[in-house]
Design a protein around this ligand. Sequence first.
Ligand SMILES: [Zn+2]
Length: 571
Amino acid sequence: MRYSQYLLSTLKETPADAEVVSHQLMMRAGMIRKVAAGIYSYLPFGLRSIRKVEQIVREEMNRAGAIELLMPMVVPAELWQESGRWEQYGKELLRIKDRKEAAFCLGPTHEEVITDIVRREVRSYRQLPLNLYQVQSKFRDEIRPRFGLMRGREFIMKDAYSFDVDEAGADVAYEKMYQAYRRIFERCGLRFRAVEADTGNIGGTSSHEFMVLADSGEDAIVSCDSCEYAANVEKAEIRPPQAAAPVLTQTLQKVATPARRTIEEVAEFLKARPEQLIKTLIVQTDAGETVTVLLRGDRELNDIKLCRLLGCNDVELASEELVKQVTGAPTGFAGPVGLKARILADSEVRFMTDAITGANELDAHYTGVACGRDFIVETFADLREAVAGDPCPRCSGKLEIWRGIEVGHVFKLGTKYSAALDASFLDAQGQEQVLFMGCYGIGIGRTVAAAIEQNNDDNGIIFPMPLAPFQVIVTMVNPNDEQVNQAADALYRQLLDLGVEVLLDDRDERPGSKFKDADLLGIPLRVTVGARGLKEGALELQERRSGEREMIPLAEVGALVAARVRQALSA
Ligand SMILES: [Zn+2]
């Protein structure tokens, strides 16, 4: 492609409404343009990257035995009423009426339509298993669309649905998709983790979110440094500490801690470390129950874990008044010794000795506290937030903390939709059975945005080779120099013949602004054709990511660049 004849205009200024870096850079690099809130046109340069993700997704889905079809974006209300989602789904579902006053929606997802197809087309177990997918534009009427393609209203998605005769079959389908997703994101050249996700009310453990790692990610996740365990921080399990022989060097002693309430204040005052303190939290559940929760001083309570243990939906810290009622002291001096309350504790507290806690009276703490000797805990459980370095629950490795952007999701649906829509088949005995389903999504545009969130610097995008709109940019320093023009053109043609995707920057612009654009566009390799290099019989090759430059003899440039591209694609 010749830049001078292409539709590609870069922006020097960052658009005011673009908050995240991928949105900013996709606007500045001329990849997308806003049409309405959360609705974008994919301009040619951006569409090339979108198509690359789609291509990888299609190849891996097909390889895993899935079959492509295409369903309509406009879906009749009846199907959604049959599943019950017409009423359940909030305003994110854009409901519309046609000229005959018939109700429709713009599909945000296609479980109903695909289940309707399968209940009509599939009669016998001999036609199963099936995994059907599409790549299509979807619509979700987000209340506050933002972040460009990260949270748009219209978005391109790959969604797949598997149908099996039983749960064991559904497990196999799920595993195949899990492996296909791993290959997809590996082939995209992205650093990612497959994270165990909450399955909500569907139940079971089989839901994974595929997260592209990026500091700007909206989700905090943990992963093991030596096995495949990864989970959302809220859900991350921590291996309970090993039983240790108690070391009791101190006896229980009450000490004055005037006006020292926080862990930091008390630790500093008593010349102790925060981890020697026992943090005592008085917590109230949404069911109206009050419990006392103990944690090591430097730990944070994980509300979700506590809710799960208590079987409630929500917990909050007790009011000042309630704390006084339970402990007899103002906030900041609570402790388990002598406390008449239901006491729960994080597993770590079990082995704490020579510890420090509040004494349940103003301006006083206990030192030399030992769990089991000085107070009794009803239940020990994993109740704290995971931190970097925590022991992995699955192996002897350690947990690392990352931020991630969800780009894919695999989910076991069971019979939720097939039962609601009466999608069944005849088994080998001629008995009617309900189908077992799974659903598997990948946000195509979101993957491109996440790739940019992960791969950028102050100068612009740094595309991984597999997702780059063009693999190489050939920059003519001065297109009006006949020799430069000819040499660049010859290289351009040679690269095309070698199957390389190349953008020839033949614009009559200052070299400085062309180099700036090349950096902004993030094309992985740049060859600069200038008069000075040609005189020496060499061209400069620069790698976008490392910024490394090297002079390559003119006759070798084409073959070398083609080899570098191939190498980067197979890495
Ligand atoms: Zn592990």
